[in-house]
Ligand binder design. Structure first.
Ligand SMILES: *Cc1c(COP(=O)(O)O)cnc(C)c1O
Length: 375
């Protein structure tokens, strides 16, 4: 049996190596490393894949979130409601722009924003909501869009973990990231669509927001050396675009392979007492960026140690909710308690999940977990 990894990028590369190497060699030949033809090509292929009017490539997923918030023209002190149970980038950019992060709790079964808590957090300073489609599954976008429409708020979807996921909104099938005003994603190597370094993108169907974001990523400029707004330097590398353009053709296959592994885990672990397998929301087709268990009775750390002994890696996403992070002490309400996320931090355990898991590995992983609970 091959060594089990959380994410096996090497085996995936080997499988696609011929096409990826050829695509990268073309960039080296052209030496158009900044904004070369592959960037445009990938942009337009991703627009088609997502069914969205505009994709604005940028340097990474954190930048994508920052650029989205800049494009909305938010002012210091404006409040942005988001999840406390996410990767730090989501909240970091809010604070960096001197906006106020308002962190709310998550649904204990889907790990995504609780719409009623979002509604309760709305004040007359609230300007935007950032739902995070955590672990590959959509936040409750029907409810969130209703709240946003009612209070005239912008919605920026953090789609870094859910690219390619289908979501049913009023019987229409849409890709996550194309429902709110702006969607943001990351092409970090371990994401469902990952490049060989950093990369990211914003999506929108709104022409004005797209034009603004294209300016912002390019130093606030439309015409060289003429600057309309304060921007940033955030570009997707041509070499990364060349890799992504090849991998995009495989994204549905990648997501299917993840689902096959998740189905196997579900089947073997579903009846086990002492843990909960991930809940699948009917509106959202899970793409399993992570396969995350909830381990009951305080046994999470013991299970993780047991698996490690057997050569099986696992990860805790996330051990500390963002409202409890030292960095945000000055930004969040003092003594704020968000008990669901705090419980989740003690219970969650993500199992190896990638496109190359084989049946032997899955069998070994699941049998080891069964052995832990039924020695
Ligand atoms: C990965 C990730 C990001 C940031 O992406 P980078 O490309 O690493 O900057 C933002 N939000 C979430 C939820 C993520 O998982």
């Amino acid at each position: 049996m091959d060594q089990i990894k959380m994410v096996d990028l090497n085996r995936q590369y080997k499988r696609l190596q011929k096409d990826i190497d050829a695509s990268m060699a073309e960039v080296l030949e052209q030496t158009a490393f900044i904004n070369g033809p592959a960037v445009k090509s990938f942009q337009s292929n991703l627009e088609n894949y997502l069914g969205v009017k505009h994709v604005i490539p940028c340097a990474n997923g954190t930048d994508a979130l920052q650029i989205a918030l800049m494009a909305l023209g938010l002012q210091p002190g404006d409040e942005v409601i988001t999840s406390t149970f996410t990767f730090i980038a989501t909240v970091e950019v809010i604070a960096l722009l001197k906006l106020k992060p308002v962190l709310v709790d998550v649904d204990p079964s889907t790990f995504t924003l609780l719409p009623n808590e979002v509604e309760e957090a709305v004040t007359d300073k609230t300007k935007a909501i950032i739902p995070v489609h955590l672990f590959g599954q959509g936040a409750d976008m029907s409810a969130i869009m209703k709240i946003a429409n009612k209070h005239n708020l912008a919605v920026v979807e953090d789609t870094a973990q859910a690219i390619g996921s289908d979501y049913s909104l009023n019987d229409t099938k849409l890709k996550l990231g194309t429902i709110g005003n702006i969607g943001c994603t990351s092409f970090f190597p371990s994401k469902n669509l990952g490049c060989f370094g950093d990369g990211g993108a914003c999506f929108t169907n709104n022409d004005e927001l797209a034009a603004m974001m294209r300016m912002i990523v390019n130093h606030g400029s439309r015409k060289k050396y003429y600057h309309q707004v304060i921007g940033v330097n955030s570009r997707l590398d041509t070499l990364q675009a060349a890799v992504l353009d090849v991998k995009l053709k495989h994204l549905d296959d990648f997501n299917n392979r993840r689902r096959v592994a998740a189905d196997y885990y579900d089947q073997k672990l579903g009846d086990l007492e002492g843990l909960d397998i991930p809940v699948r929301d009917a509106a959202s087709r899970h793409t399993f960026h992570q396969y995350t268990l909830k381990v009951k009775d305080g046994k999470r750390d013991a299970l993780q140690a047991f698996l490690k002994e057997k050569g099986i890696p696992s990860m805790v996403y996330y051990p500390v909710s963002l409202h409890q992070q030292e960095a945000f002490e000055a930004y969040c309400e003092n003594n704020q308690s968000l008990p669901i996320s705090e419980d989740l931090s003690r219970e969650v355990l993500s199992l190896p999940m990638h496109t190359e898991l084989d049946e032997g590995q899955l069998k070994y992983i699941t049998q080891s977990i069964i052995d832990f609970f039924k020695p």
